[in-house]
Design a protein around this ligand. Structure first.
Ligand SMILES: [Zn+2]
Ligand SMILES: [Zn+2]
Length: 157
């Protein structure tokens, strides 16, 4: 479910702050990218965000979208998920886990089970984050008995 307007606004402001903190200039186009990412709970790829933004702002380039997201990820201001295929970017900066659907590939945020536990101390290893991934079928895939009638990812093999 998408975020409401004020949640999206807050998250956009938060991401703009992170952009500034990571030493990048706050430009109009980068703000567009962050605004689009902020309200998106699907963990979009750079390409997906680009497609959406360019409908309304044809002047934006894929490089701007990709570089903005990548720079924030490199500065560890946002997370990127590697779940096969292009990386997906995550605007949710609160600690959380992910549930990934094996059929449609959707990724959703879930509350961390052990949020109250301290991070483990691993000898000599600096833990920055703990990622837990749940695999299975999302509610749509799990309940629909008829095979996907709108299957856009036609995977052979
Ligand atoms: Zn699914
Ligand atoms: Zn997430």
């Amino acid at each position: 479910m998408p975020l409401n307007k004020s949640e999206t606004f807050e998250r956009t402001e938060d991401l703009i702050g992170e952009l500034r903190a990571s030493g990048l200039k706050v430009t109009e186009q980068r703000v567009l990218v962050l605004g689009e990412l902020a309200g998106d709970c699907t963990h979009p790829t750079a390409q997906e965000l680009f497609e959406r933004i360019k409908d309304r702002h044809p002047g934006i380039s894929f490089a701007t979208v990709y570089n903005t997201l990548n720079a924030l990820e490199r500065a560890r201001r946002i997370a990127a998920l590697d779940v096969g295929g292009p990386r997906r970017f995550d605007p949710n900066r609160a600690r959380h886990d992910h549930a990934i659907c094996d059929r449609c590939g959707s990724v959703r945020d879930v509350d961390p089970v052990d949020a109250s536990l301290p991070d483990p101390m691993l000898d000599g290893f600096a833990v920055e984050r703990i990622e837990r991934v749940y695999r299975g079928l999302c509610s749509e895939c799990g309940t629909s008995s008829e095979a996907s009638n709108t299957d856009r990812r036609n995977e052979d093999g």
